[in-house]
Design a protein around this ligand. Structure first.
Ligand code: NAG
Ligand code: NAG
Ligand code: NAG
Ligand code: NAG
Ligand code: NAG
Ligand code: NAG
Length: 415
């Protein structure tokens, strides 16, 4: 089509004249053929002129012809005058097609990165032959099918990112044999079943399994994990085992069916920066006092649970806390005066809406600090929360609703 064929010819003629025939190709012939198959799997009409793939020239040697400009391929240093393809790192040009089974012939590949394109169909099983791979990213494509146990052969994988595809089936237990893994994301697929025991993956730093259909209880996780994202699944049970994960910095459990207590040990984890436990069925949050305010916790989101009792006043001892959301729970009692003192100075955002809080708004909410803080106390049982005060917009609950929740059934039956 628009691809200038005469250019490709002149390129190969140039190559033919400039180097002797016997070293015309320094790339292993089967690697060249595999690259050709790779291109042949992609719809040629959807290879943009300015993309890497449009520059792959098989008249010239793929390991020799890029002239110092990275065009998606890097090769090993020649050994016995033969180079192998070691890195494929494609641009995000919307390549549309299938990943060729010939990928499995590129046995010196250490990196395969083809994210944010339109590859579809199953991940070819031959890919699991690539035992030298340390980085594999197929994220943001349309891959389907399941993850086979052959994945265990990719023993050198450090980073595995299969997020944002349409993978189904369960997470193979043997993924726990990939002992070098540091980063593992399978988020945004249609994976089902339980999370296997991953405690063997002792080098794992980030685990993201969010937005799948995983169910069951929490397995054992490696204790060195820093980022654990399990949001939007059907996971259930208690989470107290997380209290031992002292390296955790980010914990996102939102949108599951976890229940029981968010224990004091978890809230106090020494490196924890963000907790998102929203949209679950937790009934208790334990917030112990932090001596000296020595906590890294900045963001605490627990909205949309069934937490009850008084608001945790000890939150004010968490010295780095800036964002608090305890909305849509069953909290009752008064808003602690101490919360008022945090507004503006430290807390930038405070949502206490949709609970059963009573009493009045501490004065700091309306004067001084509170004016600069995002938040709401709407839909509680507060007295004197005028609608012209920003915090109160949305109104309070009806007296009957408040009385019913706060155990004043006599009055409710009168309505
Ligand atoms: C891949 O390797 C196999 C076995 O050596 C060979 O039969 C096949 O033709 C190769 N495929 C490509 C596309 O190079
Ligand atoms: C590589 O090729 C060059 C020139 O063709 C030759 O002189 C040299 O001996 C070859 N080296 C090996 C290791 O085969
Ligand atoms: C998880 O795997 C580790 C390592 O193989 C093992 O020690 C541990 O008992 C397993 N835990 C469970 C609950 O199976
Ligand atoms: C917590 O998770 C919920 C649901 O995934 C999300 O809507 C919310 O923005 C998150 N909260 C924070 C503070 O990031
Ligand atoms: C806030 O976090 C920093 C490190 O990010 C830490 O050094 C400091 O002690 C914390 N402050 C408080 C009051 O906990
Ligand atoms: C019950 O309702 C009555 C009438 O509204 C009110 O005076 C009383 O304080 C309520 N008691 C409780 C425990 O909320």
């Amino acid at each position: 089509m628009a691809r200038p064929m005469h250019c490709r010819f002149s390129m190969s003629i140039f190559m033919a004249f400039s180097i002797p025939w016997f070293v015309q190709s320094v790339t292993l012939q089967s690697d060249i053929e595999a690259l050709q198959s790779l291109i042949n799997g992609i719809d040629p009409n959807l290879i943009p002129p300015s993309s890497f793939l449009n520059t792959w020239e098989f008249g010239a040697d793929p390991c020799d012809s890029t002239g110092g400009i990275f065009l998606g391929i890097l090769c090993t240093e020649p050994q016995n005058n033969i180079s192998r393809v070691s890195i494929i790192d494609l641009d995000e040009s919307g390549y549309d097609g299938f990943l060729s089974v010939a990928i499995g012939n590129l046995t010196e590949l250490t990196t395969l990165q083809i994210s944010n394109n339109k590859f579809r169909g199953p991940i070819p099983i031959s890919l699991y032959n690539l035992q030298k791979l340390n980085t594999l990213s197929l994220s943001r494509n349309f891959f389907t099918g399941s993850l086979p146990h052959e994945i265990q052969r990719l023993k050198r994988l450090v980073s595995l990112d299969l997020s944002d595809n349409s993978l189904s089936g369960s997470i193979p237990e043997r993924i726990s044999l990939l002992r070098s893994l540091n980063f593992l994301s399978l988020s945004n697929n249609q994976l089902t079943g339980q999370i296997p025991n991953l405690s063997n993956l002792w080098q794992l730093n980030t685990l993201d399994l969010s937005s799948n259909n995983l169910h069951g209880t929490l397995p054992h996780f490696p204790l060195n994990l820093r980022t654990l994202i399990l949001s939007h699944n059907g996971l259930s049970g208690h989470i107290s085992t997380l209290g031992a994960m002292t390296s955790l910095k980010t914990l996102d459990l939102s949108g599951n069916r976890f229940s029981g207590s968010i224990t004091g040990e978890i809230v106090m984890l020494p490196n924890l920066n963000r907790i998102n436990a929203s949209l679950n069925s937790f009934t208790v949050v334990e917030v112990a006092q932090i001596p000296g305010g020595e906590s890294q916790l900045q963001v605490l989101d627990m909205h949309g649970n069934t937490l009850s009792g008084h608001l945790p006043v000890n939150l004010v001892t968490y010295g780095n806390l800036t964002e608090v959301n305890l909305g849509s729970n069953l909290f009752s009692g008064q808003i602690p005066e101490e919360y008022g003192g945090k507004l503006g100075s430290e807390w930038r955002s405070l949502f206490l809406d949709h609970n059963y809080l009573v009493g009045t708004l501490p004065s700091e909410f309306t004067d001084g600090g509170g004016a600069y803080v995002r938040g709401s106390v709407a839909q509680n049982c507060l007295t004197r929360c005028p609608l012209n005060v920003r915090w109160c917009r949305g109104g309070q609950r009806s007296a009957s609703r408040c009385n019913a929740q706060n155990g004043n059934t006599t009055v409710e039956s009168n309505f």
